[in-house]
Ligand binder design. Structure first.
Ligand SMILES: [Zn+2]
Length: 247
């Protein structure tokens, strides 16, 4: 899960701070700031990007319109998360933690899947055991490991995050193999193509994990996805803890 930097509240042309009467009025500010990706599953939002309240708005009226409480989400993540209680104390959140350190993707074979395989989000292997409950709570919050379990469910499935994530995993693996076989003279062109491909396919962490030891690709990916949080420092661009003692 890509960590993001929402940034300060947007300022209008006349220098005043933007205010809204409807939380949906933040949609294009969020798109401009963090890009057209679901903040939780990291799927590209080609259709109906939803403005999502990190902390549910119902119990705390002040959070209903607050810029600092907004992210973008796909329909699946937003509807599963709904008004369920959520905070940085109980969950790893992409606008607060370095969530790339908390989660990874895992491919699951499944005989009922038309595509025969799915990729789901799991706590990152090696994550300290004490942090597992918080990672698992976040995965459950948005249904990030959800794959339909019966043939009937599968026939009717509209939540295809597992399929798009799997396809991104396949592409990233294939392009990593191509990178490894690439003559050095073509690296710049390859990087430019990979930049556009990764932006179109989404799933930042899938690409970052596939190229975990390739410094120029890691640097490119951080720039390709706007306002990825500043917790991948040069010169290695390896992920580091964003919140000391937490993640
Ligand atoms: Zn999503």
């Amino acid at each position: 899960m890509r960590p993001v930097e929402r940034g300060p509240i947007p300022v209008l042309a006349d220098g005043t701070t933007k205010t809204v009467k409807d939380y949906k009025d933040w949609r294009f500010d969020l798109i401009n700031q963090i890009g057209k990706y679901c903040s939780y599953c990291n799927m590209p939002l080609y259709d109906s990007p939803q403005v999502e309240h990190v902390a549910p708005k119902s119990p705390v009226p002040g959070l209903a319109l607050a810029w600092d409480n907004m992210l973008l989400a796909c329909g699946a993540c937003n509807s599963i998360k709904n008004d369920r209680s959520c905070s940085s104390a109980t969950h790893f959140l992409p606008d607060y933690h370095n969530t790339h350190l908390a989660f990874a993707q895992a491919v699951r074979s499944h005989r009922k899947l038309p595509a025969s395989s799915a990729a789901v989000v799991v706590p990152r292997p090696g994550l300290p055991a004490l942090k597992f409950p918080k990672a698992s709570a976040t995965i459950a919050l948005c249904g990030l490991a959800r794959v339909e379990q019966t043939a009937t469910q599968m026939r009717r499935a509209s939540d295809l995050r597992w399929l798009y994530r799997f396809e991104a995993c396949e592409l990233a693996t294939r392009y990593r193999a191509a990178w490894d076989a690439l003559p050095a003279a073509f690296e710049a062109q390859f990087l430019a193509c990979l930049h556009d491909l990764a932006r179109a396919i989404g799933f930042f962490s899938v690409w970052f994990d596939s190229f975990y030891d390739v410094v120029p690709v890691k640097q490119m990916l951080i720039g390709a996805f706007p306002h990825t949080a500043n917790c991948f420092p040069a010169p290695s661009y390896d992920p580091v803890v964003r919140v000391t003692g937490d993640l």
